[in-house]
Design a protein. Structure first.
Length: 138
């Protein structure tokens, strides 16, 4: 499963954020922080998909910027996949950490993806070097 699919799966793990779970007199889904987390997950997923599509279009055109676009897409998607999964586990509470629950496995998988997709630190270094070469500040 790719990183965008990973984020989508994490949202699907808990499609409605706990209408039955009440905290501070309101369903968990009505709390602004939970709504912010869901909005961030959804927005990040859309942005990651667009970065991946852009990298694919550049590759199809034979554009030399394909490598940079691919690194940017992988970096963004891997960071956001881990963040989205961590938020999903937090929304689920103790249930998300329970053995056998898909959210816990997805969290471990997301961390592994940050490492095996080319560590995010290496991706940051590569992207920074590319940005220095094309900086409008020169």
């Amino acid at each position: 499963m790719g990183l965008c699919g990973h984020s989508r799966r994490c949202v699907a793990t808990e499609p409605r954020p706990r209408q039955d779970r009440v905290r501070f007199v309101a369903p968990l889904a009505d709390h602004q922080l939970v709504q912010r987390m869901i909005a961030d997950i959804d927005t990040s997923l859309s942005a990651a998909r667009l970065l991946c599509l852009r990298a694919g279009l550049l590759k199809d055109k034979g554009d030399p910027g394909t490598v940079n676009a691919t690194w940017a897409a992988k970096y963004f998607a891997s960071c956001k996949a881990f963040s989205a999964t961590a938020d999903a586990v937090q929304i689920l509470g103790a249930r998300g950490c329970a053995p056998g629950h898909p959210a816990g496995r997805l969290l471990r998988d997301a961390k592994v993806m940050e490492i095996i997709e080319g560590s995010i630190q290496l991706q940051q270094t590569y992207l920074a070097q590319a940005a220095y070469q094309h900086s409008p500040l020169d």
